[in-house]
Write a protein that binds this ligand. Structure first.
Ligand SMILES: Cc1cc2nc3c(=O)[nH]c(=O)nc-3n(C[C@H](O)[C@H](O)[C@H](O)COP(=O)(O)O)c2cc1C
Length: 385
C-alpha cells in the first residue's frame, strides 16, 4: 500500500477509513473495520452521552485496534427553548403539518431537539480516552481541540472548501489545529452552509460546492504540507480509492460502500433503496434536516422540493431537524419509511452495490477486495507494452 502519515501515526495496516454514517455505523461495523486493518468510525452524533460511553466500551471489547468517534460540531448561536415551540412559524411548517395530516399524526406543541448537548458528548470521549475524534459541521467550541490533544486524542476535522480546510489547520496556536482534515466532496456533502455555523467559516453556495476530484488536490495543495488530507465522497471501489491516492489523499473515507456491507445496522427500506434504486437517484436536499446532504429521492423530498420554498423559508439545522423527527418516526412506525425518511447515499452508491456483490460482502472482505484492487492498479504501466 501507499505511504500514509495517518496510517503510520495510528498504526493502521491500511489507509482506509470507514466514514461515520449516523446513526448506522455502530459497534459491530466499527470493530470489524478496525480488526481488518482500517479505521472504524462510531457515528455518535445522534447518541446520548450514556449511549456513547456504552458504545465505546463495547468497541474496546471487540477490538484492541484504534477507532474513531464522530460528533457534530454545535451550531452557534445555540437554539433557545422557544425555538422548539410553535412561537415562531416558518413557511416549511405548513408543509410539515400536511405530512402529519397524511400520516394521522398530531401536530406537536413542543419539538424534541435532534442533538444531545455537545459538551456532555465530548466529555465522554475525553473520559473514555478514545484514540480518534472526528467532527463535521464546522468548528469545535474554543479550547475543545486543545483539550482533546492534551488527552492524547487524534483530532480530524471536515472541510467542504479550501477556505474551511485552512481555517481548521492554520490556527493562531498549533494546539487548536486539527491533526488531519477530511476533504469532503459534493458527491455526499454535509454542507457547512445553510445557517448557524460560527465564526470564520464562510457560507459557500451549494451550487459552488466542488466534487472530490476537484476539491481534494486543492486542499492537498493548501494544507497537505502541514496535515494529512483524507478524501471523502464518491469512493466506492478500488479505482476511485486508487484515484484519491493519486490526487494526494493520505487516506480515504468510505461511507456508502461500508453501508452496503453485512455489519451495518441500516434498516431494510434504506438498504433496499441502495440495492435497487437507479444510480442517478440521489439529490442534495435540505428537506430532512435543514442542512444539505445527499439522499435517494423519495416522496417527502420531492414534495418539499416542489413546494416552491425559498432557502430562508426552512430554518437552520437545530430548529428544522427537531420539526421533522416526529414525522419520520411515525412513518417508520407505519411501515412508510421509504416514502418519508431520509436515505443518505453518495453519488457512487451504484458502484458500491456492484463492488460488494449486491451487499453480500463483509467489511473485512470489502477491505481485502479494495486492497487487492489498488495493488493491482498500482502495478499497471501507463504505456502499452
Ligand atoms: C447514511 C450516511 C450517514 C452519514 N452520517 C455522517 C455523520 O454522522 N457524520 C459525518 O461526519 N458524516 C456523515 N456522513 C458522511 C460520511 O461520513 C462520508 O463523508 C461520506 O459518506 C463519503 O462519501 P461516500 O458515501 O460517497 O463514500 C454520512 C453519510 C451517509 C451515507
Amino acid at each position: 500500500m501507499l505511504k500514509s502519515r495517518l496510517a503510520h501515526h495510528l498504526k493502521l495496516k491500511y489507509p482506509i477509513i470507514q466514514a461515520p454514517c449516523a446513526p448506522y455505523s455502530l459497534e459491530p461495523l466499527v470493530a470489524a473495520v478496525s480488526n481488518a486493518g482500517g479505521l472504524g468510525s462510531l457515528s455518535a452524533a445522534l447518541q446520548s452521552p450514556d449511549k456513547i460511553r456504552n458504545s465505546i466500551r463495547e468497541i474496546k471489547r471487540l477490538t484492541d485496534k484504534p477507532f474513531a468517534v464522530n460528533l457534530f460540531a454545535p451550531q452557534f448561536p445555540q437554539p433557545t427553548p422557544d425555538d422548539f415551540t410553535n412561537k415562531q412559524r416558518y413557511p416549511s411548517d405548513d408543509i410539515l403539518d400536511n405530512f402529519r395530516k397524511e400520516l394521522g399524526a398530531p401536530c406537536p406543541e413542543r419539538y424534541t431537539p435532534r442533538s444531545f448537548p455537545f459538551e456532555d458528548q465530548l466529555n465522554v470521549v475525553l473520559e473514555e480516552r478514545c484514540p480518534v475524534l472526528s467532527f463535521t459541521f464546522g468548528q469545535l467550541p474554543d479550547g475543545a481541540i486543545a483539550k482533546l490533544k492534551q488527552a492524547g486524542i487524534y483530532v480530524i476535522g471536515t472541510a467542504t472548501t479550501v477556505h474551511e480546510a485552512k481555517i481548521l489547520v492554520y490556527t493562531q496556536n498549533d494546539q487548536d489545529a486539527v491533526d488531519a482534515i477530511i476533504a469532503q466532496g459534493s458527491e455526499i456533502i454535509n454542507c457547512l452552509q445553510a445557517g448557524g455555523h460560527r465564526g470564520k467559516l464562510r457560507d459557500t453556495k451549494i451550487e459552488s460546492q466542488l466534487g472530490t476530484m476537484s476539491l481534494l488536490p486543492q486542499v492537498v495543495d493548501a494544507v497537505g504540507a502541514k496535515v494529512p488530507v483524507l478524501a471523502a465522497g464518491g469512493i466506492s471501489d478500488a479505482r476511485s480509492l486508487y484515484a484519491s491516492f493519486i490526487l494526494g489523499a493520505d487516506a480515504a473515507c468510505l461511507g456508502t460502500l461500508f453501508m452496503l456491507t453485512k455489519e451495518t445496522t441500516l434498516p431494510d427500506y434504506h438498504r433496499n433503496a441502495l440495492l435497487s434504486a437507479s444510480p442517478d437517484a440521489t439529490q442534495l436536499t435540505r428537506a430532512f434536516t435543514g442542512r444539505y446532504a445527499r439522499g435517494i429521492t423519495n416522496r417527502f423530498m420531492d414534495t418539499m422540493h416542489n413546494s416552491c420554498l425559498k432557502e430562508e423559508d426552512i430554518p437552520e439545522y437545530d430548529i428544522y431537524s427537531a420539526r421533522t423527527m416526529d414525522i419520520l418516526a411515525k412513518a417508520k412506525a407505519d411501515g412508510k419509511a421509504d416514502e418519508y425518511c431520509n436515505m443518505w447515499a453518495g453519488q457512487s452508491f451504484g458502484v458500491g452495490r456492484e463492488f460488494t456483490n449486491n451487499g453480500t460482502l463483509s467489511a473485512a472482505e470489502t477491505i481485502q477486495k479494495l486492497v487487492a484492487g489498488v495493488e493491482n492498479l498500482s502495478k499497471q504501466s501507463f504505456t502499452q507494452q
